[in-house]
Ligand binder design. Structure first.
Ligand code: CR1
Length: 806
């Protein structure tokens, strides 16, 4: 192949023989060992390198083609990525699964055992981090020149264990054995400043940082499916400057003191904050955010300069997406680079900045909209605070001229909250410093523009758009469900659905084919058998997501207790069910941890009771992550999407489950609404208050105890919890529901339990259930992240593909 300057690259072969040869040379030359003495870990790493080499070759072609065309780049800035296990993905995308299988066997290794050594980098918490990974997958698949930027945390999201039913958090040293997928790039190291003061020199502001830390990048390959394009995600790791090692103290035996500055520097990328949807107001987190932003922007500018010299072109060559507010300091940082370092005038710089950035909001919870104490921000980043004040002055001037005399509005929209504490409002800064702000589902965008960001929508209505989330069909259908995928492909007669998911609609015609229905049922059944949690004949009822009171795992639990009490009373008329929970709670979120503890206690009681055998079982495998999700999702019959309406921004697990033929029981919240619109009301179990009704009830004098008194089954379930039938933790959970019930669990209980009776009735007609299941898959093609990326391209990024010769 012809790269730049006519340099040729030898192409690697993909026959089993060639693959085996390359594996052997990697084993000898890069692992430094032999077949006879190779451990399973050696085999895994060697395999990974051999697959990686194939992708690296495509990466080289991609980089050359992208450089050549000098396109508009899409840069995705995200503090979190949940990339999932890399081996199976990279085998599939490089088309080497079979060759690898044969090569391993020829060397005496069991492919499944080797695959099990692949550790997923858990560099994110939940939906937002996984969405980032799905978008990168689709960007590459659609041949868009794109780079993801993030942080290479030493410790990812904690490993969850249960001890006496309680969640225990263990460190996740994911790269302990090294990470064979990573390419370190120490020569692209960046220097990041913190603290210090601002001087003025020749009329220009100069920030003199009081502390500097190095940002060392490495990248992972992000292959597209069915195309040559291989993009990258670049992750920054904090390194101490060598000057921060105090040799004098070390020589004097003061070992801890000698390294304390170095340790402080490297702590910046030490650990992922395990909070989901709550702002953690800690200085270290603010440092992480600035670290990501500063390293990434310098890298983006470096890349821009490879092909361009004129700053005027910057905005048209660069689209930077801010994934939630975590990277929003990029706005003042780019202003600082352009004005202080490059000498552009303020207005010119501001127009480039606004042209460059766009912002995605992922929440409706007011407590999740980040704010930072003015003092803290000003101490850590003195020049940035000045810049934020200047941006604010411009904003407030515009507000005053548009809405003269509306002092309240000025107060609400200011980038600075004044009372009770002075805080910088990052979401306000994000909307002000970007071209477009988007929500992640129709309802979410509508609620954003009518509530949380209403004032900004009043001022700049055309700056808002919706882009409904999506998921990668490669990861969450093809890799997660080889069985369903093979059946879909044989039913449709092709596998083009993997890159055009709307083609799933071809399955509708097959619902009339009894043998196809039978095969569909069989595939779902064997996925349940493979999961090994409960009888494969039972209805697999799945609730997998982070633990949060607004998501209402407690509602699902009340339903389980009600079923159990019906069994105990001899009045159970439901179908056999396995109820499966999966998910983590933020370590400091006690109410959510109580719910986990209580679920485990109820599971222990139910699973040990012979009366429940064959009727009800509760499974709660620990440490829910992408790897586990890929096993659970294909096995699910029922998808629990039961948040209080108006709280879940979108949800993406709901999409993954629908695509795998699970039927949803859900509220009219987030993307559930769009799922129901598409699969049809007859193929969806709806219950509960809608968003306006929930809001109305919440804003009045809501009395959860009224529901307790009015409903015998609800009362019995709560009494059991409260009395300690499932341990002391039940008391706290019951008290919180009876006294506050912030998320209207009791108000929705009866409607939910009745809808679950509808689920039982539907399950009894297996043939009809299968038809509904197929229809769910057939009609869910919209929820591909390829469609999501296409929407971002049309509405926000305005970037075009660069095709790479194969
Ligand atoms: C939202 O809670 C949404 C994802 C992706 C989550 C969820 O409803 O589907 O973002 N937010 O847009 C989140 O993870 C930390 O915040």
């Amino acid at each position: 192949m012809d790269l730049r300057n006519g340099v040729e690259l030898r192409s690697l072969g993909n026959t089993p023989d060639e693959f085996r040869q390359d594996m052997l040379s990697n084993l000898y030359y890069r692992r430094g060992t032999t077949v006879e003495s190779a451990s399973a870990q050696d085999a895994y790493e060697t395999l990974a390198l051999t697959v990686r080499d194939r992708l690296a070759e495509r990466r080289a072609r991609t980089a050359a083609a992208q450089y050549e065309s000098n396109p508009r780049w899409v840069y995705y800035l995200s503090a979190e990525y949940l990339l999932g296990p890399q081996l199976e993905q990279n085998l599939l995308y490089s088309g080497t699964s079979e060759a690898a299988h044969k090569a391993l066997e020829a060397c005496g290794f069991k492919p499944e055992e080797i695959a099990a050594l692949d550790v997923e980098p858990g560099l994110g918490n939940g939906g937002l981090g996984r969405l980032a990974a799905c978008l990168l997958d689709s960007l590459a698949t659609l041949d868009i020149p794109a780079v993801g930027y993030g942080i290479r945390y030493d410790l990812g999201i904690f490993r969850q264990e249960f001890q006496d039913g309680r969640q225990i958090e263990r460190p996740d040293d994911w790269a302990f054995q090294g990470d064979p997928w990573e390419f370190p790039a120490p020569d692209d190291v960046q220097t990041v400043g913190f603290y210090g003061h601002v001087d003025e020199r020749d009329g220009r502001k100069v920030w003199q940082p009081g502390e500097v830390v190095l940002g060392e990048p490495s990248h992972l390959l992000v292959p597209g499916y069915g195309t040559t394009t291989v993009n990258i995600v670049r992750l920054w790791r904090a390194r101490a400057h060598q000057a921060s090692f105090d040799l004098t103290r070390f020589s004097a035996g003061q070992y801890a003191e000698a390294v304390q500055d170095a340790v402080r520097a490297e702590n910046i990328s030490k650990v992922l904050y395990p909070d989901d949807s709550t702002a953690a107001g800690r200085e270290l987190r603010l440092k992480q955010q600035y670290f990501l932003v500063s390293c990434s922007l310098r890298d983006i500018v470096r890349r821009f300069r490879l092909r361009n010299s004129d700053w005027d072109a910057f905005g048209s060559k660069t689209a930077i997406q801010l994934n939630d507010t975590h990277p929003v300091l990029a706005i003042p940082e780019l202003m600082r680079l352009l004005v202080d370092e490059e000498g552009l005038d303020w207005d010119h710089a501001w127009s480039l900045v606004r042209q460059t950035f766009n912002y995605t909001c992922h929440t409706l919870l007011p407590e999740a909209l980040e704010t930072w104490p003015v003092d803290m921000l000003g101490r850590l980043l003195p020049r940035h605070l000045e810049i934020i004040y200047l941006i604010n002055a411009g904003l407030l001037e515009e507000v005053r001229s548009r809405f003269p005399g509306d002092i309240d509005r000025v107060r609400r929209m200011s980038l600075i909250q004044e009372t009770p504490e002075r805080l910088v409002r990052m979401a306000n800064l994000a909307v002000t410093g970007t071209t477009m702000t988007n929500g992640v589902a129709e309802l979410h965008t509508q609620l954003l523009t009518s509530t949380v960001l209403r004032d900004f929508h009043d001022l700049w209505p055309s700056r808002f758009a919706n882009v409904t989330n999506g998921v990668s069909p490669r990861r969450f259908v093809r890799l997660a469900s080889p069985g369903i995928s093979a059946l879909i492909s044989s039913g449709l007669g092709h596998d083009r659905w993997l890159t055009d998911l709307s083609l799933l609609s071809g399955l509708e015609a097959l619902t009339g084919d009894a043998s196809f229905r039978e095969q569909w049922r069989e595939v779902k059944r064997s996925a349940k058998a493979a999961l090994g949690l409960g009888d494969p004949g039972a209805l697999m009822d799945v609730m997998i997501k982070r633990f949060h009171e607004y998501k209402r795992q407690q509602l699902k639990l009340l339903h389980v207790i009600t079923l159990y009490q019906r069994i105990k009373a001899g009045g159970y008329d439901g179908v056999p069910r396995t109820v499966l929970f999966g998910g983590k709670a933020a370590p400091a979120y006690q109410a959510a941890k109580n719910i986990i503890h209580l679920i485990n206690a109820v599971a222990a009681a139910v699973n040990a009771d012979p009366a429940a055998a064959g009727l009800l079982r509760v499974a709660f495998p620990a440490n829910y992550n992408i790897t586990l999700a890929e096993h659970i999702i294909p096995a699910a019959d029922l998808s629990e999407q039961i948040s209080m309406a108006g709280k879940e921004a979108s949800g993406t697990g709901n999409m993954k489950l629908t695509l795998n033929g699970a039927l949803t029981i859900g509220t009219l919240d987030g993307a559930n609404i769009e799922i129901r619109d598409r699969v049809g009301a007859d193929n969806f179990f709806l219950f509960g208050l809608d968003a306006p009704a929930a809001l109305a009830l919440r804003s009045g004098p809501y009395q959860p105890r009224d529901h307790y008194h009015a409903d015998d089954e609800l009362r019995a379930a709560l009494d059991a919890i409260r009395s300690g039938a499932f341990g002391g933790v039940g008391h706290d959970v019951a008290a919180s529901l009876l006294d506050r019930d912030e998320y209207l669990t009791l108000a929705d209980y009866r409607s939910y339990v009745d809808a679950q009776a509808g689920v039982d009735a539907a399950w009894r007609d297996q043939d009809h259930w299968t038809t509904m299941s197929i229809l769910n898959t057939a009609r869910a093609g919209f929820f591909s992240s390829d469609r999501t990326v296409t929407d971002y391209l049309d509405r926000i990024w305005h970037a075009t593909p660069v095709r790479v010769e194969g």
